[in-house]
Design a protein around this ligand. Sequence first.
Ligand SMILES: [Zn+2]
Ligand SMILES: [Zn+2]
Length: 261
Amino acid sequence: MPLGDYLMTTTTPQVGYLYLCSSNAGKFQKGDAGPWFNGTNSGSTTTATTWDLTKKLYVAVTKAATGTLSSTFSVSWPSIGGNGLPGHNTGDFPITDTTLKQYDGNPNSIKSKTIAWGLPSTPTYHDTPSCVGYGAIGVFLTGARLFAATDAVSRDARAWEITDACGGHPSTDAYHYHSLPACGLTADVAGQHSALVGYASDGFGIYGNLGEGGTALKSSDLDKCHGHIHAGAPSSEYHYHTTDDFPYTVGCFRGTAATTD
Ligand SMILES: [Zn+2]
Ligand SMILES: [Zn+2]
């Protein structure tokens, strides 16, 4: 898959790109490039422009959610509430495996962080998209936050960061994903459009990898913000899709984003 490090823009939203409000490229050193980068790797430097998802390493999902670490997610449209924890089991963080730590020294553990969001009840489609930042840009129906496809230094988060096998990991304060969670969501049905899997901060829905007729979508099938309107449908039915390729989920906002921390 293309490495998203080269598919980020702060000026011009484009299909297959992440439209970031600001770049943090090179601001500080993060983990080393793993053997799934298709290039010559030296520490955190790589010549790779593509990477191999099938070779990516993950933290095993061994930790059951119990007590105060159980999810309290609820949707009462347009209010979204919960403690930010997923309803599925997770990996055990901080990472203890020495190999994985070399690729991602994330020192954080999984903690709750309140979600008390008021999303736009009737999302409005804008021809001119808005950029996304580094924090929450939405929530999955697992109960945990969606962050954009970037790590803290404007690199392809899914390629560089070590998540658990569900696709989530903790930041200093919140468990989050940068791509479609592999756990806790309704499975796709062959031949059918994916089910709703979450909401972006602008109130538009996020659906899984399958478009109309069950066709697996790529970023190139979607618009600059990684969404579409089905033929004949009104703009109010705009929605985002997840894909396997960068930027994985929301690439920019089509609507006006509510404050979602
Ligand atoms: Zn992350
Ligand atoms: Zn669709």
